[in-house]
Write a new protein. Structure first.
Length: 451
């Protein structure tokens, strides 16, 4: 018996919304649904996060504690590790990680595990939406078969003749476009792309999201929605690689690439500025393009732009360390044995996120080359063991003129707004600037090496 619940049901008030994965994507989404008056339950496998959330505490710097407290107190938000409660939900939104494994291939184990945890509790009329970034085909090829093991059906059906295909539950894909720390565009202002496994699923997901974002963009399939997210991130990855390569050339030519970008950006059409840096960071841009390269192999297709961009972006931390070595050389010093202070471990400015941060790679190369290095980052008083790196013994060095002066070189790896760049240049012997953070510093320019 197909469900008698219409897709338009999800236009309704006070829906029960389950968010699986309470991280950088899931938590803001949960709070947004709570703000819109729905009853939200956050699910996570990490009991520590669940306890903090239920106590009204935030573990992500840019997510306000007061907001969590407000919705916990008003009973619009609670969190749990008990997945059997999923049967109470009207809509289930999946926001779990999609990393690469050690062979740089898609690791869909979190998505698979989540589908397996939903399946025994799946109810007729529920809407399930995958939000995790992934290759085209994931929703239909991985999530759908697991959910259909429940005995309930959601047929893959495109085309106008299938507008009202009977379904037991609704299944869609809608990529998250969260940009942590972006003060201009919050979740509510960012349009959301939605594609259903069939038309009723698409309409159900559009109805739901239209309640919490300014604009919903329906597309014809989950594959189109999955691919749209990858196109957005590949676009960034390729353009960042392009500008990184042009930076290397400009440096050889004695041209200031940042001046060039600012000049080009005055063109009112057909140009969008991207900025060079020490390499790619964050959970998305260094990872997502490789989801598509991997899937492309199934079609005997090689994604050359993605590979080339990956090659250039991956080489950037090595370039930075070479630039540090050259700068020390000018001071008659070698990397081996030099004291180096690295400023900023976060992958970008003003965020408490160091996933895939190029600084971690720079520190690893410095270590291999025998440097004595420390770091400072206001967002990370100390470092923990990570998947690829182990800096758990390291603590952020407090900044003072004396400390800065005690290092052979100070490397600006992340351009946090809280740093006083003029004071840093005043005090340091040598500053290696990977972000053009010192552009407004007028004194002691001879101490600054841009790279
Ligand atoms: N962080 C971003 O800026 C961003 C932006 C757009 C898209 N995305 C995508 O969104 C997805 C989630 O990313 P994120 O940054 O929120 O990750 P995250 O690591 O911050 O959060 C994921 C959460 O899922 C939990 N989790 C893991 N396995 C689980 C399971 N089986 N059941 C329940 N919870 C589980 C983890 O404990 C964690 O709290 C990824 O696919 C990512 O590519 C991230």
């Amino acid at each position: 018996m197909p469900t008698d619940r219409r897709p338009e049901f999800f236009k309704g008030a006070q829906l029960k919304v389950a968010i699986i994965g309470c991280g950088y994507v899931g938590l803001p989404l949960a709070l947004r649904f709570a703000e819109a008056g729905h009853k939200v339950t956050g699910y996570d496998t990490d009991p520590e996060k669940i306890n903090m959330l239920n106590a009204g505490r935030s573990y992500i710097e840019h997510i306000q504690q007061t907001k969590i407290q407000q919705f916990v107190n008003s009973r619009h938000f609670s969190a749990t590790t008990d997945f059997s409660r999923l049967k109470e939900a009207d809509a289930i939104l999946i926001c779990v990680p999609t990393p690469l494994n050690e062979y740089r291939e898609p690791d869909l184990s979190y998505v698979e595990q989540t589908a397996l945890s939903i399946q025994p509790h799946l109810q007729r009329g529920q809407l399930v939406v995958l939000e995790s970034t992934t290759y085209p085909g994931t929703t239909e090829e991985l999530v759908l078969p697991i959910l259909e093991k429940s005995g309930l059906r959601c047929p893959i059906a495109a085309g106008p003749e299938n507008e009202n295909v009977p379904v037991d539950f609704f299944l869609a894909f809608s990529p998250e476009r969260e940009d942590p720390g972006n003060k201009q565009y919050g979740l509510a202002q960012i349009p959301k792309v939605v594609g259903g496994v069939n038309a009723p699923s698409g309409r159900a997901a559009v109805s739901l999201y239209a309640q919490v974002v300014a604009k919903v963009i329906p597309v014809s399939s989950t594959r189109a929605a999955e691919m749209a997210k990858l196109l957005e991130n590949i676009f960034r990855c390729v353009n960042i690689a392009l500008v990184n390569e042009l930076k290397l050339l400009s440096m050889r030519m004695g041209v200031d690439i940042w001046e060039v970008i600012d000049a080009a950006a005055t063109k009112p059409f057909g140009f969008m500025p991207f900025y060079p840096g020490p390499g790619l960071g964050g959970h998305c841009i260094p990872v997502d393009p490789f989801y598509l390269s991997w899937k492309a192999r199934e079609y005997d297709f090689s994604t050359r732009f993605i590979e080339l961009a990956g090659e250039i972006n991956t080489s950037m931390p090595y370039h930075i360390v070479d630039a540090i070595a050259a700068a020390l050389n000018n001071h008659k010093k070698s990397v081996k044995g030099s004291k180096i202070l690295v400023l900023g471990v976060a992958y970008k400015k003003d965020v408490d996120d160091l996933r895939e941060s190029p600084t971690l790679k720079i520190m690893q190369i410095l270590q291999e080359r025998g440097a004595n290095f420390d770091y400072n980052d206001p967002y990370f008083p100390q470092l923990r063991k990570m998947r690829h790196y182990n800096y758990e013994h390291m603590k952020s060095v407090p900044l003072s003129a004396e400390t800065l002066a005690s290092y052979d070189a100070v490397v600006i790896a992340t351009d946090h707004s809280s740093y006083d760049y003029a004071a840093i240049v005043d005090a340091a012997k040598l500053v290696v600037d990977t972000r053009n953070a010192t552009r407004r510093v007028l004194r002691h320019r001879n101490k600054i090496v841009q790279c």
